[in-house]
Design a protein around this ligand. Structure first.
Ligand code: NDP
Length: 283
């Protein structure tokens, strides 16, 4: 019996509608939420992400302040742009599109962003607060996964969750958010021994690996919830880290690629921007 196919597009559009309502409330108080996206270089994938973010902002009523810098931009020029947005009261969120071109130091540029305006959840302060269990902006992709679980009434409390991938962008914050939600969490990576057996223990399996369709039915306990974060471009198009056709028949719920986690990442950016604007309005 095939399980539920989690519809990330639908949930993302519900999240955007909720954000649009919050934006209207803020505008009525005289505050228009503003998001500054900083793009350095001409990577086509990054350009298309930034265009999509601008479109999302327009849809929900967030003002976008975008800056596109050439690949020859120096670290100090980049940091000047960040400082300008840090000081601008109309800008509530700053997103530095990653990866940066070679020669630029992403760590120090991210740390330069005012922690109050961190909408990516990558600032050391945000990550530190998350580790301490304090309120903080959450990284968009893992928070998007949590939102999908909530939307489908999947409560991680008491469940075994296995996260494959330990990147600072996805795997680590994913594990922390699942811990916050009271799951018992195991994090796997390229050095994990007997990955198949560890994954088969999962009630909730999150794949954030970057290996096309690596997770097949051998890795999945029948009835598990399978969340596929992977985005891999192969000859026949875009595929996830999960072999969807082989896993869907045994999972109780599964995200497709595309149309699962991807749309949620962008929607949560809008959530984080409005949260930052609400916090600024309270200050
Ligand atoms: P990284 O390459 O930074 O991390 C990949 C992780 O997977 C690493 O921890 C790595 O282990 C682990 N890994 C790699 N190969 C194996 C293996 N054979 N067995 C077990 N673990 C393995 O990728 P990201 O975390 O940035 O992204 C992961 C995927 O998610 C990518 O496909 C990316 O495109 C996608 N993504 C999707 C987003 C969305 O919006 N849906 C947003 C961000 C990313 P180790 O640490 O040991 O090297």
């Amino acid at each position: 019996m095939a399980g539920v196919i989690i519809d990330g597009k639908k949930v993302a559009s519900q999240v955007r509608a909720r954000v649009a309502e919050q934006v209207r409330e803020l505008v009525a108080l005289g505050v228009t939420p503003g998001l500054a996206v900083v793009l350095v270089g001409d990577d086509p994938a990054s350009q298309s992400y930034v265009n999509m973010k601008e479109r999302d902002c327009r849809e929900v009523g967030i003002r976008s302040f975008d800056t596109r810098l050439t690949a020859r931009t120096s670290q100090s020029e980049l940091e000047e742009v960040i400082d300008r947005f840090n000081a601008d009261p109309d800008v509530h969120g700053i997103l530095l599109q990653l990866p940066l071109p070679a020669g630029l130091d992403a760590e120090s540029a991210i740390a330069r962003i005012s922690a109050d305006k961190d909408v990516d959840g990558f600032h050391p302060m945000s990550i530190g607060r998350l580790v301490r269990g304090l309120p903080a902006p959450h990284a968009c992709t893992p928070e998007g996964v949590m939102e999908l679980l909530r939307a489908y009434d999947i409560d991680p409390a008491g469940k075994r969750a296995v996260v494959v991938g330990r990147s600072v962008l996805v795997g680590k914050p994913m594990a922390l958010l699942l811990i916050e939600a009271n799951a018992t969490v195991t994090v796997c990576h390229s050095r994990t021994r007997d990955l198949t057996a560890v994954c088969r223990e999962a009630d909730i399996l999150v794949a954030a690996i970057g290996r096309p369709e690596m997770i097949d039915e051998r890795y999945v306990k029948p009835g598990a919830v399978v969340i596929d974060v992977g985005i891999n471009r192969v000859e026949r198009g875009m595929v996830g880290d999960v072999a969807f056709d082989r896993v869907a028949p045994i999972a109780s719920a599964i995200t497709p690629v595309p149309g699962g986690v991807g749309p949620m990442t962008r929607a949560i950016l809008m959530v984080n921007t409005v949260d930052a604007a609400q916090a600024a309005a309270r200050r």
